[in-house]
Design a protein around this ligand. Structure first.
Ligand code: PSV
Ligand code: MN
Length: 428
């Protein structure tokens, strides 16, 4: 399925008068504050948020899964779905694959198809948190950290295979999340498990092409509930230090204990030049994987403030080496609608953070003007920036309102007609 530029243009015409009124009103307000609106709209139109292949189907929970209908049945159909998102939003020009879920016979053809949709392949993900059919050794008691050398070897070889696939499709990063850990005190030796992991990662790092990054993702719990081998950013950072400059920490917003100050973690990692990227999602309790911006939009805004502040206000960090990806999947929403909303949520937070008067904030901080510092942040956060985000999309010839157009065109109904009601995407 394809959404043509003509369809998008015709839809935009119906929304244009109202959009223009709202945009012009906001421009007048922001001009008055001395904000360069054109520069912000340009930054928003360039910003690209990667779609993970495994978020295109319903996620489910450990209690069950409710199918959506029309879920992609192959890598090709996943690329098409990301193509639809990108046609609508203009901000989803990349897909991230998970191996073996996304294995295919013809990577050349997959690359050609992605090109047609103006989609590139972002970081490629390994998977040693599940056993695959016919695999000689089980990961039940760990993979890269396993007590037995042959299990570790199998896990290392999987990563090398993933790098080889990544090379074929033009990925520039290997994203590694390890489910290894323990459920009970005494089950594993902490020191040995970390030592094995570091040594295994060293071997993987040596196989990494010189223009690739290794992204290391931490998580404090799940699937193991007593200890995880890489539970926090400190451990991930330590491992990166032992590997080399191209090893970077990946922050998944759901991978923190309740009330952790994630924006401060982001600032720390930026400060030591080890922030590799993000997995965006939102949560109320833990790794809920809910739509980004749906639960704690202020936190998301504060994270973007740290990013802008840390990377240098004027530097165009979005074109730098950071990986921006959504990592969410759940049971209730249409996955594509969810991804459109998440993309919008991320862009809104980014736009709000771009409004922050950085020099006034720095001054307030220097002078310990606590109330003023809060005012500066909240003035930006409380601005309705949706017209800026919509304008950026409009200039990209994308939809002024992607979700509404998705629904109006009956995209899900069409996909269900083509792929069937019970089609099921690979993933968790
Ligand atoms: C683990 O919870 C995680 O966040 C990792 O990024 C995985 O690759 C992904 O979810 C999919 O299971
Ligand atoms: Mn993740």
């Amino acid at each position: 399925m394809n959404i043509s530029p003509e369809t998008i243009a015709a839809f935009n015409q119906t929304l244009l008068p109202n959009h223009q009124r709202q945009f012009e009103f906001l421009v007048t307000q922001l001009d008055y504050q001395g904000i360069d609106v054109e520069a912000i709209v340009k930054q928003l139109s360039q910003f690209q948020v990667t779609i993970p292949s495994w978020a295109l189907g319903t996620g489910g929970t450990r209690f069950g899964r409710f199918v959506t209908g029309g879920e992609p049945r192959s890598l090709e159909e996943k690329i098409m779905d990301v193509g639809i998102l990108h046609q609508l939003s203009g901000n989803n020009g990349a897909i991230s694959l998970h191996i073996p879920w996304d294995q295919t016979k013809d990577y050349e053809a997959a690359q050609q198809l992605a090109l047609q949709y103006h989609i590139r392949f972002d970081a490629i993900n390994s998977n040693t948190f599940q056993d695959q059919p016919n695999q000689p050794y089980s990961y039940k008691f760990g993979s890269l950290s396993h007590t037995q050398a042959e299990v570790r070897k199998q896990a290392i070889e999987h990563h090398i295979e993933v790098i080889e696939i990544g090379k074929k499709i033009g990925s520039k990063a290997l994203s590694l999340w390890l489910g290894d850990g323990s459920d009970f005190p005494g089950q594993i030796n902490f020191q040995k498990a970390l030592g094995h992991t570091q040594a295994s990662m060293q071997e993987i790092y040596h196989q990494l092409p010189s223009d690739w990054q290794l992204l290391i993702e931490y998580k404090p719990f799940e699937p193991n509930f007593y200890s995880m081998v890489i539970p926090d950013w400190g451990t991930a950072w330590m491992i990166c230090q032992s590997l080399g400059d191209r090893a970077q920490v990946l922050v998944d917003l759901g991978h923190h204990l309740p009330n952790a100050n994630i924006e401060q973690i982001v600032s720390r990692l930026l400060g030591v030049n080890r922030l590799g990227g993000f997995h965006f999602n939102d949560s109320h309790y833990a790794d809920d994987d809910l739509t980004t911006g749906a639960i704690k939009p202020y936190r998301l805004f504060l994270i973007f403030c740290e990013l802008i502040n840390g990377v240098n206000q004027t530097a165009n960090f979005i074109n730098g080496s950071l990986t921006w990806m959504i990592d969410a999947s759940h049971n209730t929403k249409d996955p594509l609608e969810d991804l459109l909303q998440a993309t919008e949520g991320i862009l809104i937070a980014y736009a709000q953070a771009l409004l922050v008067d950085q020099s006034a904030l720095a001054m307030a901080q220097e002078n310990n003007e606590v109330a003023l510092a809060q005012e500066i942040l909240q003035t930006a956060f409380r601005t309705d920036v949706r017209p800026l985000v919509a304008e950026a999309r409009y200039r990209n010839q994308s939809s002024l309102n992607p979700l509404r157009l998705f629904q109006k065109l009956g995209v899900r109904q069409n996909l269900t007609k083509i792929r069937g009601k019970a089609s099921r995407a690979t993933g968790l």
